[in-house]
Every structure is written in structure tokens, then in C-alpha cells.
Design a protein around this ligand. Sequence first.
Ligand code: ADP
Ligand code: MG
Length: 268
Amino acid sequence: MEELLTQLKLARIREVYRDWINKASKEEISYADFLHGLLSEEICAREENQIQRRMRQASFPFEKTIEQFDFSLRPELKKQVILNCMDEAFIHQGRSLVLIGPPGLGKTHLAVAIGVKMIQLGYTVKFIMAQRLVNEYLQQEEMEESQKLLRSLAKIDLLIVDEFGYLPHDKEAGPLFYQVISDRYEQKGTIITSNKSLTAWAEILHDSSLAAALIDRLMHHGEVFYLSGDSYRLRGKQKYLSGNAISEEFQLEMVDDGENRGEKEVKL
Ligand code: ADP
Ligand code: MG
């Protein structure tokens, strides 16, 4: 029996069939229920293995869920909009989400939470730091290899590009991101986190028209949130912080909003 199950690659059934035989003789389970039960266990185990494999392939920096995110700390974030991003439509409609703000506000947490959910829904996810993406691309010596990397990125259902803010001053970085975003446009889901506002992206990519074209595609079916406030990591430690801990750029974003100080949602 063991050998047959090994040959058929029914690993989970091999583990549990003895228990099932015992149970079936005690509880008088019908043949149909017995077979159904065993096969269901095999399927569940395979699904679980696939989720584990996809979690590893996603290479998240940590595992966080949306339930662990305290939305009351980020009133500028509309919870429902984030929850909408956790739906299959986010991928099928090729939508995107851009989270912008200084460190510690939960941008990566939210991106990971959406990623984890998508894996549970059966999709493939890749989490990569922007700088790492550029480096990996530049490491490919042959044109064919670079194309292969781009093709594999284009196939991923949800791509999370984290910390899009500091890129190596390389002339290929701009065209690379433009290509990645164009490939995903209306095809796959994309999340970008950044510590730089959209207006600074031209500088990051060292090319204003390229940045405009990229933002145009990204935002056609996308949303951008500017997060502000105190770093979650530093809560309770404010006394150690001086006023300039928040970059000038974000202080500028936070002025002139009247009641909605720092709570700017820009929809382009
Ligand atoms: P960012 O990417 O904006 O720098 P992170 O997502 O890495 O911030 O968040 C830093 C840490 O604080 C993480 O451990 C994250 O889980 C936690 N965190 C941030 N914001 C929240 C929040 N609103 N609720 C719960 N945990 C949070
Ligand atoms: Mg982060």
C-alpha cells in the first residue's frame, strides 16, 4: 500500500490512511465517504503546501495580516479601499495601489497583508525592494536573461515594489520600471510603497517624461494614499525625536490642508 501511494505521489493519504481504516471500521463509514474523506485530505494538504510554497516565493520581509493593522492610527486611510484591494478584482482588473509616506507608518505591513491574502486566494505574489529589482536586472549580462527576468515579473499576479525612493543612479532604472509597469498595465496587480511623493518620482527615475508616463499608467486604475503621522515603531518615544525627523518634503505635504492636516488622498 505504502509503495503504491508513493508511486502515485499521494503523500498525505500515505500518512493518514491507517487512521482512516481504523476510523472506518469503528464508525462504519460508507465506502463512498471513506474514499471522499481520504481524497479531500490529500487535496487540502496540497493546497496548504502550495500556499506555503507561494509564501516562500513571495519573499515577504515579515508576515502580517490586515487584522493586525490598527486603522485607527491612520485615519487618512480608508479601510474599505484597502479591503477592496484584497479582492480578486484587484488582480483581474490590473489595478494598482501606491502608498507614500515616511518610515514606520505601516506601508510595508499593508502591502504584505494584501500579498498574503492574494496567496490565500490562489495567486502568485512577489515582494521586492525597488533597489534590489534594479540590481538584479543590471546583473543580467545577456539581453536574453534580462528579457527572461522581465517576463517572469510580468507573469506574477501581484507585484509589490517596496521602498521606491532611492534608486541607483543608473540610466537603466527608469526604463526598467517603465517596462515593468507597462507590462502589468490592465493585466496584473501592482503595489508600490515609497517615501517620496509622486512629484519626486521624476527625480528618482532621472527622467520626467518617463516618470509622467509611468504614473499615468499606474494611476489609470490605481489609487494613491499619502500617509502621515508618527512612526508606529517610535510610538511612545516621541520625546527622543526632533522636529526634523520627518522629511521636509512631507512637512510640506502636511501644511495648508486645514482640518485635514496631512490627510491627503490624491486621485489622479
Ligand atoms: P513602513 O513600511 O511604512 O516603514 P512598516 O509597515 O514596516 O512601515 O511598519 C513598521 C512596523 O510597525 C511593522 O512591524 C508594522 O507591523 C507596524 N505597524 C505600522 N503601522 C501599524 C498599524 N497601524 N497597526 C499595527 N502595526 C503597525
Ligand atoms: Mg517599509
